[in-house]
Design a protein around this ligand. Structure first.
Ligand SMILES: NC(=O)c1ccc[n+]([C@@H]2O[C@H](COP(=O)([O-])OP(=O)(O)OC[C@H]3O[C@@H](n4cnc5c(N)ncnc54)[C@H](OP(=O)(O)O)[C@@H]3O)[C@@H](O)[C@H]2O)c1
Length: 308
């Protein structure tokens, strides 16, 4: 389990109230088992290979409170995970998320925080960034991304300035749709961003044709979104039996099958999974442990899924 300074741990437990029970490790997971990491080329830093995309759980903060999302993040931290991806929501939601989640000391101190600007407007992009820093109680984040290449020409020079000023360690861009792939590739060749963040899964494998090989050639670390195609993957596989041969690479659930397929691409640095459910987070994290499919098993996975 993650070792936190006592005062930090106490504060954290105070913040989450009755969630102490959720701080224990699941059966079968030894305390020393922490998620494997992959390097960020040329930096000496590395990232745990499974992270958290905080979409739906952030949207639910106003109706469900902050305990569910704090439990999910704590599940990640307990197993050595760090990467938390955020996006711009309404001011009311971002205020609650910043105050009740991002400023919990154990979270504030231990996550690799990725933020975004997501507007076509140059001035609005600056306002979004300044508001994120203020609401999250930050002078520095780990990664700032231009979401979906939106307003890229305005924001990229600004992101470079913010990096030069020390407001972030890394800058990058996200896409989540094939239609942005050509533009992403051109941008990668021209600007060599610190990170790219792209959609990729066995049912949405397009990135493995050109984008991921290019990232690997250029030494650009990659964050993967839509591992479950925002949940529609489970509609495809729901009710089907997972074939026994998947246990050969330590895969025990359909969620892990997608994650292990993604992670077996060596251009992948970290895959984000979105969930409101701490048990799903644990299941997804466990997908980062053990074996990964080889090339022939990857072919079998694609074939299996295309027949469902
Ligand atoms: N352009 C962009 O920048 C962009 C676009 C899309 C996504 N993203 C990032 O990528 C992250 C992930 O992508 P995504 O939002 O498309 O979500 P996703 O991770 O592909 O799918 C999330 C869905 O899968 C379900 N789920 C998760 N783990 C499960 C499990 N073990 N068993 C059963 N169901 C499970 C979740 O439901 P439960 O809540 O019930 O678990 C949720 O409905 C986002 O949160 C965001 O950070 C970025």
């Amino acid at each position: 389990m993650l070792k936190l300074p006592n005062w930090t741990r106490r504060n954290f437990l105070g913040q989450v109230g009755g969630l102490g029970a959720l701080m224990s490790l699941p059966p079968g997971l030894l305390p020393q088992e922490r998620l494997p990491t992959r390097p960020i080329p040329g930096t000496g830093e590395s990232l745990p290979i499974v992270g958290f995309g905080s979409s739906k759980s952030v949207l639910e903060i106003l109706s469900q409170g902050s305990e569910p999302i704090i439990s999910v993040i704590q599940s990640l931290l307990d197993r050595g995970g760090r990467v938390v991806d955020t996006s711009i929501r309404t001011t009311e939601i971002d205020e609650a998320f910043g105050r009740d989640v991002m400023q919990v000391p154990a979270i504030q101190e231990n996550i690799f925080l990725a933020t975004k600007v997501n507007t076509p407007n140059a001035e609005e992009g600056i306002r979004q960034h300044e508001q994120t820093m203020r609401l999250f109680g930050r002078r520095r984040v780990d990664l700032i991304q231009v979401e979906s290449l939106n307003g890229l020409e305005h924001h990229w020079p600004r992101l470079k300035e913010w990096k030069d000023e020390g407001q972030t360690s890394y800058i990058g861009v996200t896409v989540s749709n094939y239609r942005n792939f050509d533009r992403l590739e051109q941008f990668m060749r021209r600007e060599s961003p610190d990170f790219i963040h792209v959609n990729y899964s066995p049912l949405e494998p397009g990135a493995e044709e050109r984008v991921l090989p290019l990232a690997e050639d250029m030494g650009i670390p990659t964050i993967i979104n839509r591992p479950f195609m925002n949940g529609s993957y489970f509609g495809r596989v729901g009710g089907q039996k997972l074939p026994d041969w998947t246990a050969d690479f330590d895969c025990h659930t359909w969620a892990q099958l997608s994650l292990k397929y993604i992670l077996s691409n060596r251009a992948v640095t970290c895959v984000l999974t979105e969930t409101t459910n701490p048990d799903h987070m644990i299941e997804n994290i466990e997908g980062g442990f053990g074996g990964l499919p080889d090339e022939s098993q990857r072919r079998s996975i694609r074939q299996l899924l295309s027949n469902l």
